[in-house]
Design a protein around this ligand. Sequence first.
Ligand SMILES: Nc1ncnc2c1ncn2[C@@H]1O[C@H](COP(=O)(O)OP(=O)(O)OP(=O)(O)O)[C@@H](O)[C@H]1O
Length: 653
Amino acid sequence: MSETGQPEVHGFQTEVSKLLQLMIHSLYSNKEIFLRELVSNAADASDKLRFEALKNADLYEGDANLRVRVSADRDNNTVTISDNGIGMTHEQIIEHLGTIAKSGTAEFFSKLSGDQASDSQLIGQFGVGFYSAFIVADKVTVRSRAAGVAASEAVEWQSEGEGQFTTRKIEKANRGTDIILHLKEDEKEFLDDWRLRSIVTKYSDHISVSVEMLSQEIPAIEAQDEVKDEDGNVVTPAVEARDAVPAQWEPVNKATALWTREKADVSEDEYKEFYKHVSHDFADPLLWEHNKVEGKTEYTSLLYIPSKAPFDLYNREKQHGLKLYVQRVFIMDDAEQFMPTYLRFVKGLLDSNDLPLNVSREILQDNKVTQAIRKGCTKRVLKMLEKLGTKDKEQYQSFWNEFGQVLKEGPAEDFANKEQIGKLLRFASTHEDNSTQNVSLPEYVERMKEGQDKIYYVVADSFEAAKNSPHLEVFRKKGIEVLLMSDRIDEWLVSHLTEFDGKTLQSVARGGVDLSKLDDEETKEAQEKLEKEFDSVTARMKEALGDKVKEVKISHRLTDSPAVIVTADDDMSIQMQKLMAQVGQEVPEIKPIFEINAEHDLVKHVADEADDDKFNQWVEVLFEQATLAERGSLKDPASFVTKLNKLMMSLTK
Ligand SMILES: Nc1ncnc2c1ncn2[C@@H]1O[C@H](COP(=O)(O)OP(=O)(O)OP(=O)(O)O)[C@@H](O)[C@H]1O
């Protein structure tokens, strides 16, 4: 730590410099948000102090009246946001105001295109926070003293937002943080008291700590005698002398915790602004619900579904959860115990009357109250989404596009709500044959054919591969809808969501697909006849392929392709084998079932081949071709090509 007055120079983390540049340019049209961000940080600092003071009331230093003050100084061209919250130490200020401690930062920067319009959208999602001060200021001074630290150990941070900042030790009698913005030449509008006041009211009305501004000073009035005309009538009454009323700090926001108010008294805009405060998101939320739960466990929840996914959504380790309050006292951010991981996109807060004020993450872990609230909140979110899905398909689709992948983790994580989650899933399907995931399971069930008792799906590496899978041929012919899955998580999903609405989910690539219930007697008889006729051919093929396959069968699922490989019902699916191999896990060798299309000309030709060598070559090529279509790769592609060439050459002779 430097001596008092001696500045230490520090460089910003590279990302901070980049962020600053980008923000100043892209958020210019919305520059007043700097005040929202700084007041929001000041309110958080008050919440944090209140929490720490639960254990150590001395931190209040005799001043428990927490407030944020906003003022302008016309002479010095500055706006100051001052709080008496938790404050920052020298180390904290360097860390918090010199780096970006967010997961997903690298990914964020890699997504920037250099195009201002689209980058400004992205930066909004990233969250701008303290650095937004530089949109309107060309120099920012932060003076801070952490609660419990001596006045002589306070710290001043200063920067012009260009690559570096300085810190130095200062004396500061008052606890907390002052942020002093030295306004840019053309930002003087923010010196106007009314302008500041209207921004504070617009953005910070819901903040539970009082935000104060100075009232106008009322000048002194001198005493004046009554004035009468010639007839003795009073023309001007006497005026009593009055002292000047100095400007006073007065609250400009409601300063009641928004969630404690009645729903009917909170406007849409207030809910939206409050969301931005708790989530640090820039965009409006998609949906929210505010509830007071009474009965055995009593709590208030205010749950928001964001409209845009954050950058680190796919990181299951990322901090998530709700802000926790106990009897209106802020306890912690990101209380993940109240939301399952697959709902990690939900933002908001909980205020419990049943948890103790000294509650810790450890206590929350194993607590009946926590479990009851988590159950209640989970159900609430699932219901909210279900309602949106039926009420507003377009909005639901936009939700699904942002968060659907994460919701697909649900059936594995939350067995109890499987059916409910099932209703929220959306898939691409052969019904529309395009890649938009917009078919729900209830819709699928409603379209099921008479006699169809299963929900059919195919999982492949890409939508195209799923759509063109040979397994679909018979389904297309019979007009049976198949869900087309190609997201990484899909195989995991269907291994946990095995049933919906009493109907089994069945992969079309499995051996046990049996559509015979949908066939008429005539077709069944014809199939049996064909199987008998081909008995010797399938046996010969099995001999040719040896233990590469489990079985060779006549297929009832093909119309255009000559052959296909399928997985036995109790074996691991090909897609799952691929996933395991990708993450470096050992995959047991699983032999497929080889199904041939007895009505295909190529198969008929092979069946008639008397020469054993040639027959074997044909069978191997058919088998490897089917493997290639299914897996997208072969263990030994070169020898496949050699065999194929040999066969083609023989055909030219
Ligand atoms: N007035 C303040 N009092 C105490 N600490 C503060 C204050 N303002 C900022 N900080 C500290 O600096 C950190 C960084 O602030 P910043 O606004 O950049 O990010 P954030 O609030 O964590 O999140 P976001 O960027 O999403 O707004 C805060 O997390 C907090 O620890």
